[in-house]
Design a protein around this ligand. Structure first.
Ligand SMILES: Nc1nc2c(ncn2[C@@H]2O[C@H](COP(=O)(O)OP(=O)(O)O)[C@@H](O)[C@H]2O)c(=O)[nH]1
Ligand code: SF4
Ligand SMILES: [Mg+2]
Length: 421
């Protein structure tokens, strides 16, 4: 069956006469758009379908300038912003010789609020313009979040450098990533799902549903085990032993042992001890963050090391991507804060739920970000978060990585191993 690959939608934005149509033609290697010194030459968005080496099928949008002050200009603006919404990547053309950068600031602000990737292109009309770039960056503060290139849009020789720049910095929408790359056909996988009295009936949480569906789709067999966490952690040895016995019986019933156990991160304290050494172990939260960050689990594994350097007075931020109702022994609002109170007294914990993170202007104040699995936000949004944190120089880790780390180095190594880390 043929798989339909979506074209990568890439738009070219900027003020009139900044060289947008020239960039369009540079990329298509033909006169797709009219290039002319008359302001407002590109009246309507021009699109081109092409294959870009290394990126595959692309749909390019050459848009009208956003700074035309007329009734027609207002219509062009609406059209252009609709195009921006449709694009995954915005190429922002900047003429460093411009006097002010209101249009550019507006494009960046819109691209940010829509979680678009953006790459800035300084188009040099005269050699002297290159010296003006530092001035542009002082006036356009938000530019610091984005990669930049300097070129001459009307010089065919600049095409290779521009393509290279796009390839290096753009994370394609079509980059497919496996949810559980270690899953093999005809093998069993045990899912550890501790429900408590408050867990809403009727459905699995999204991470559980995604993992179960993925394993089934790979012609493998997901098998769920409801772990009674309270009993497993009971101070009464007999009670804890009874739960352990139930779990052992579950595993012993398999003629062929499960290849891996995927557990709720909350149960890492138990599973690290109970999961036999010959069965791999990882968590739902780790699977989610790796998937939605498009394979950047290593970054979250590196981030957890920051814990060693935390001191009283430092701030850490707990981020939950959705506003789901928080019940019982919730990881973000109960487990992690309790643990911090014991292990890192004096470290200040703050929370962002749902959309709060986007509006948080103080990211640079945190020593560490602790992010949930992120299953309710788009990969695009998570990429935007990672980009901002990288610019601010703030490390990030994840619930699953953190809860494994707290069980010791061996537990951390174990949950990362299935991912080749
Ligand atoms: N010298 C020079 N002229 C350029 C460059 N890029 C574009 N132009 C000229 O600037 C004018 C506007 O270019 P165009 O691509 O139509 O800009 P748009 O309005 O942003 O689409 C045209 O006369 C181009 O030939 C460049 O890098 N150097
Ligand atoms: S977005 Fe985060 S908090 Fe919400 S269900 Fe997914 S992993 Fe849990
Ligand atoms: Mg044009």
């Amino acid at each position: 069956m043929a798989v339909l690959v979506e074209r990568e939608p890439i738009g070219i934005f900027g003020r009139m006469n900044s060289g947008k149509s020239s960039v369009m033609n540079l990329l298509t290697q033909q006169e797709t758009s009219i290039v002319d010194a008359t302001p407002g030459t590109t009246a309507d968005t021009k699109t081109a379908l092409l294959e870009l080496h290394g990126l595959g099928p692309v749909k390019l949008f050459d848009t009208a300038g956003l700074d035309e002050n007329s009734a027609l200009g207002a219509k062009k603006r609406r059209k252009t912003f609709n195009d921006l919404k449709e694009c995954a990547l915005a190429l922002l053309l900047i003429d460093p010789a411009a006097e002010e950068f209101a249009v550019e600031a507006e494009i960046i602000a819109k691209a940010r609020s829509w979680d678009k990737q953006l790459l800035a292109i300084y188009n040099i009309f005269q050699d002297a313009d290159e010296n003006k770039i530092t001035g542009v960056e002082k006036k356009l503060d938000l530019l610091r979040f984005y990669p930049k290139i300097t070129l001459r849009a009307n010089a065919p020789a600049c095409r290779a450098a521009l393509l290279d720049f796009i390839l290096k910095n753009y994370i394609p929408q079509n980059a497919k990533i496996e949810l559980l790359p270690f899953v093999q056909k005809d093998e069993y996988y045990a899912l550890i799902i501790p429900m408590d009295e408050e867990t809403p009936p009727g459905r699995y949480l999204r991470p559980q549903a995604m993992v179960e569906e993925y394993i089934t789709r790979q012609w493998a067999y997901p098998v769920s085990f409801r772990l009674d966490l309270k009993q497993a952690r009971s101070p009464c040895a007999a009670e804890a032993a009874a739960e352990k016995k139930r779990f052992d019986a579950f595993l012993n019933n398999f003629q062929k042992k499960p290849q891996a156990i995927i557990t709720d991160s909350q149960a890492m304290d138990i599973m690290h001890k109970w999961c036999p050494a010959n069965i791999e172990l990882t968590t739902f939260s780790i699977a989610m963050i790796n998937y939605f960050s498009r394979g950047r689990l290593q970054k979250f594994a590196d981030g957890v090391r920051t814990l060693r350097t935390l001191q009283a007075g430092d701030k850490a931020l707990i981020v939950e991507a959705c506003n789901h109702s928080r019940v019982g022994e919730d990881i973000g609002s109960v487990q992690i804060p309790n643990y911090f109170a014991q292990k890192y007294p004096g470290v200040i914990l703050e929370h962002n739920f749902g959309r709060e993170f986007q509006d948080n202007k103080n990211l640079a104040h945190y020593k560490l970000i602790i992010h949930c699995g992120g299953c309710m936000i788009s990969a695009q949004k998570l990429q935007a978060r990672l980009r901002d944190l990288e610019t601010a120089g703030v490390p990030i880790t994840n619930y699953g990585v953190l809860l494994a780390y707290w069980q010791g180095e061996a537990a951390l190594r174990r949950v990362l191993k299935p991912w080749g880390i």
